[in-house]
Design a protein around this ligand. Structure first.
Ligand code: GUN
Ligand code: ZN
Length: 445
């Protein structure tokens, strides 16, 4: 079906502007008793219940969430679905962590049945966390991409993903070649890009695992269709940055390696960017490229503190999304990720307020992906991907919520204490695909 018709009633909040450029209070629209009207998977009206009740189509079902908070579905700008099985791996920084844990885990995706099992679990864990769009790394195996998009299609979820490209500096079982990576990616683009809500991202893992020839091939792939994305890692860890300098001595910077191959543009998403300089921020700003802030990962792997407030400096703002980076990150919950983002901001001398936090997880992420006309807000004409939060999810949260006197305070409570338990329901294209209270299987594909 082309999406559902339904109306959701209850307290609601949505971002309407960029709180890194305007006062936060001017960027959040809230209603204590709102109605979100959805027809054929698209939001057709959003506003006070009292104003909209008489305009409703006669037969439409109204689902009432009087004790919850209706918000746009979350957007995860950077995540690796094959790393579910080694999340929380002990004791290593990036390069040793890749060798010891990550590459062995990704090798197990040579088995297509394994890829399907993990894709099945991953999609459900995303929806359980209230995440309705994610930008996803698969493995080098093309069938890992098929498994992921096939699972996403069952929910009609707007997902962006791609086959990892690696032609050096990884185990032989995980290597393609520049030509083979190009051919396999092109076949996947033809199969998936624009099919239903699927979008394809060309996905060179990071500069150290691709030759110049492969990075050039990635640049050529981007030109094969309109609207293709690019995702890779950038300046995450000091040892990695040093290695890139040694591997590409002719390039002015790590970002310049990608720029040289034509990989820095408006739908490019660079993970981490912890160790960037002012010139790199300017390059991102001018090109429209975005950064994925991955605080749980940057803390867990000891990578460093992302300078969010420098990145979004209104004098040359860089678009930033919020990434969980599982399995370097430690949670698929954007609420938990905001919890750590707040602390990273604190350690760099800034205060990330709740409106700014929810911006990163919703509208900011959509803008970083160039998808703000489609997702990231409760607004007429956008796709009805919605998360229903429960600020009283646990006895302790219930107790603490009693001391909140505004929606902003409640949002901040959700971003410090919240996790997947605080997601009451998730809607994708107007369909309730996850319902915490539903007996048996809470998922409805
Ligand atoms: N850099 C290259 N590959 C990876 C990965 O899988 N995770 C993280 N966090 N950084 C990377
Ligand atoms: Zn990553």
């Amino acid at each position: 079906p082309p999406g559902c018709s339904i109306a959701l009633r209850g307290p609601a909040a949505t971002l309407t502007g960029n709180p890194f450029e305007q006062p936060s209070r001017a960027c959040l629209a809230t209603h204590d008793d709102a109605l979100v009207v959805i027809e054929n998977g698209i939001i057709t009206a959003f506003g006070p219940y009292a104003a909209l009740r008489d305009t409703l189509p006669a037969s439409i079902e109204i689902v009432h969430y009087p004790d919850n908070l209706i918000v746009p579905g979350f957007i995860d700008a950077h995540v690796h679905y094959p790393q579910m099985q080694m999340i929380g791996a002990f004791g290593a920084q990036l390069l040793e962590w890749l060798e010891t844990y990550t590459f062995p885990a990704e090798m197990s995706f040579a088995d297509a049945a394994h890829a399907q099992r993990v894709a099945h679990l991953f999609l459900r864990e995303l929806l359980r966390a209230g995440t309705t769009t994610a930008m996803v790394y698969c493995t080098v195996h093309p069938h890992s991409v098929d498994a992921f998009f096939a699972e996403a299609e069952r929910f009609d979820a707007r997902m962006i993903a791609g086959k990892v490209l690696m032609d050096r500096n990884a185990p032989a079982a995980l290597l393609d070649t520049a030509q083979r990576g190009y051919d396999e990616s092109l076949a996947l683009i033809e199969r998936w890009h624009g099919r239903g809500r699927a979008l394809y991202s060309v996905t060179p893992r990071f500069a150290p695992t691709s030759t110049d020839a492969q990075l050039d091939a990635a640049g050529a792939l981007l030109k094969t269709r309109n609207g293709l994305f690019l995702q890779t890692h950038l300046c995450e860890n000091p040892g990695e940055v040093e290695w890139v300098r040694a591997l590409f001595p002719a390039r002015a910077s790590y970002l310049d390696v990608y720029a040289h191959a034509g990989l820095v543009g408006p739908r490019s998403m660079f993970g981490h960017g912890v160790h960037l300089h002012e010139g790199d921020f300017c390059t991102c700003h001018q090109s429209g490229a975005a950064l994925a802030h991955c605080p749980t990962s940057n803390l867990f792997l000891g990578s460093g503190l992302f300078r969010l407030f420098d990145a979004v400096d209104p004098r040359r703002p860089v678009k930033v999304g919020l990434g969980t980076d599982v399995g370097g990150g430690t949670s698929l919950s954007q609420l938990q990720t905001l919890n750590e983002a707040y602390k990273v901001a604190a350690l760099t001398g800034h205060r990330l307020d709740a409106v700014q936090g929810f911006y990163l997880a919703t509208l900011g992420g959509a803008r970083a992906l160039g998808l703000e006309e489609r997702i990231g807000r409760l607004a007429p004409g956008t796709e009805a991907d919605i998360c229903v939060l429960d600020p009283k999810a646990t006895p302790f949260m219930d107790f603490r919520a009693g001391y909140c006197s505004s929606i902003e305070e409640l949002l901040f409570l959700l971003m410090t204490l919240g996790d997947d338990r605080a997601v009451r329901a998730t809607y994708v294209a107007g369909r309730r695909v996850y319902d915490r209270e539903r007996a048996g299987d809470p998922f409805m594909p």
